[in-house]
Structures are given as structure tokens and as C-alpha cells.
Design a protein around this ligand. Structure first.
Ligand SMILES: [Zn+2]
Length: 315
């Protein structure tokens, strides 16, 4: 197995901030492999055999079979229940302080080392099978980002994706079906705007803390849509990867051509192949109730300002 550190580009932020789109655009770059929301691999892929982004159930996907073989000598060498329990023991936002200062939680040291070791082999396996220089992990969770800093033989690069809190709050009011549960009817949770505003604040604050201890690139989702090529160039520079204009043929003004990506979780866009329009989704400006918009603006005002959003966006 390759002994160079595996470069992992981690996309973090609160849900409905456009991480799946950013991940998929990046995944089209030569030398990049988009793995989806890796944090869910034990539960949704290994235990529940949900669909890979290629459309096959996880256990039938040749890509992931080869990854399991390369990383662990086969997935059957791992116990999904043990992995889920380990992740629960170490990968939670409340443990972020002890991920920065491990001495704060000495009792978790063995579990942390075991889980970090498994993740290290997993990322190396993905890199080896895909032949990619950079593995993209769009797990989004703050705790997983902090955990990644403790994974051996991994060189993490962090992208903190933010989106206007009013747009995020509006998105969480809509009911979205989960397409990866084959044959079932399962929906993503729905949040009322004040609740998503509170969560938007706490998630983004945790990534601001990450930015204080590590190098993070803060990106606005709205910038990604208005200037996809420029944004991609910034991400490449942040990842220390060459930005060859020849490699960007899949990305035009207002569109992207998507191939097949073997992603383990993410929003329904992860199944899309072919051309996709890159359109600004600002339906919240007309659809989010005035009162909700005011409440969300007030609750998220400090960070809206910090990320360069106007507080009175609604006319
Ligand atoms: Zn697949």
C-alpha cells in the first residue's frame, strides 16, 4: 500500500449549504475522487446496504468492493456494529475540545486510536483504488473534521461551506425524500426556521473554531454558483493542486457535466449524471414568510455579517 499521506479534501458546514454540488463538481477534476459523506459509511453502506452514487447497492458496487479489499482485506473483516459504536464514542461535537487536547479525555484514547486507524486505511484504500491524489469527503460534520486532524497518514484540507441562513432555513422547511433507501419511503427531517437558524449558528461557529486551529477555506455557496471556475481555482490553490485550465472542460458558464461518482451518502443530486444547470436557488426571497426571515436574520446576524451577507436581503 502507498505510504505517502493521503490528501483528503474535507467539505464541512451545515446541511443544505450546497456541499453535494461542490463535492460533485470537484469530483470531476482529474486526480480527484468524490467519496460522498464518508461519515455515514458504516451505518448506511456497510450495515444497511444503501445505494452508492453509481446506482448499485453498496455491496454490489465494484468500486467499494475493491476499496474494502485494499483497505481491510474485505469488508467482512470489519464489524459494522463495532464501527458504528466506535464512531459514536469518538465522533461527536461534544468531544471536539478533547480532539484538540486529547489529555482532556484520556479514557477515550484507545477508541480514538482504533477508529482513526480504520479511517486511515479507508482513505488510503479509496485513493489506491481510484488512483486519485485527492479524496473528497463531504461529511459536513464539525466533529468529523476535528477527528480527521488525528487520523494517521492523512493530510487534511478543509473547506468550510456557508450559505445564506435564510436560504438554508427555507430549504429545511421543505420535505425531501431520501432516494437511497431502495424500495422505501423515507424523508429527511423538516426543521422550523428558528430551529435551523440555531443549528446554522452552532455548526458554523464550530467551523470558525476549526479555522482558528487549522487552515480552512471559507466559501460561500452563492459564490460557487456565480463564479464556479473562480471558486474551483481557489479550492485547488487551497488543496495545493495544480489548476490546469485544460482540466476544466466539464465546467461552463452556468452548467457542469457530471460523470458517475461512487458516493456513499449525500443529497439526491449525487445520482445525477450528465449536464446540470448551476442556478442560484433564491426562492427563499419570495417563499420564506417575512416573519421567519426576520427571526432567522436576527438569530444569525453576527455570522451573516462575518461571512459578508446583508442582513436585510428581503425587500
Ligand atoms: Zn458505486
Amino acid at each position: 500500500m502507498n505510504t505517502d499521506p493521503t490528501k483528503v479534501l474535507y467539505i464541512g458546514g451545515f446541511g443544505r449549504s450546497g456541499s453535494t454540488l461542490v463535492e460533485r463538481v470537484l469530483g470531476q477534476l482529474p486526480g480527484f475522487c468524490s467519496a460522498g459523506e464518508v461519515v455515514f459509511i458504516w451505518q448506511r453502506a456497510l450495515a444497511e446496504n444503501q445505494l452508492c452514487g453509481c446506482g448499485e447497492p453498496f455491496a454490489a458496487c465494484q468500486f467499494w468492493q475493491r476499496v474494502g479489499k485494499a483497505a481491510f482485506d474485505g469488508w467482512d473483516q470489519l464489524d459494522a456494529a463495532e464501527m458504528i459504536a466506535l464512531a459514536r464514542m469518538v465522533d461527536r461535537n461534544r468531544y471536539i475540545p478533547s480532539m484538540v487536547v486529547p489529555a482532556l479525555r484520556p479514557g477515550a484514547r484507545a477508541a480514538m486510536e482504533r477508529y482513526a486507524g480504520v479511517l486511515s486505511r479507508l482513505y488510503q484504500g479509496i485513493a489506491e483504488v481510484s488512483g486519485a491524489r485527492v479524496v473528497i469527503d463531504a461529511s459536513k460534520h464539525a466533529s468529523t473534521a476535528f477527528l480527521l486532524r488525528r487520523v494517521p497518514d492523512v493530510s487534511p484540507r478543509f473547506v468550510h461551506l456557508v450559505r445564506d441562513s435564510r436560504g438554508v432555513a427555507y430549504s429545511w422547511t421543505k420535505q425531501v425524500r431520501k432516494p437511497e433507501v431502495a424500495g422505501g419511503e423515507d424523508y429527511m427531517p423538516v426543521y422550523r426556521p428558528p430551529r435551523s437558524a440555531g443549528r446554522w449558528m452552532s455548526y458554523n461557529l464550530m467551523f470558525d473554531v476549526l479555522g482558528a486551529v487549522d487552515d480552512t477555506l471559507v466559501l460561500r455557496y452563492e459564490q460557487v454558483l456565480s463564479d464556479p471556475r473562480g471558486t474551483l481555482a481557489r479550492i485547488l490553490a487551497h488543496a495545493g493542486e495544480p489548476a490546469s485550465p485544460d482540466a476544466l472542460g466539464f465546467l461552463g458558464d452556468g452548467w457542469v457535466d457530471l460523470g458517475v461518482d461512487h458516493t456513499v451518502a449525500g443529497n439526491p443530486m449525487r445520482f445525477h449524471t450528465g449536464r446540470l444547470d448551476l442556478r442560484m436557488d433564491d426562492a427563499w426571497k419570495t417563499e420564506l414568510a417575512e416573519r421567519d426571515a426576520r427571526i432567522v436574520s436576527a438569530l444569525t446576524a453576527p455570522l451573516l455579517l462575518r461571512y459578508g451577507y446583508r442582513q436585510k436581503e428581503k425587500i
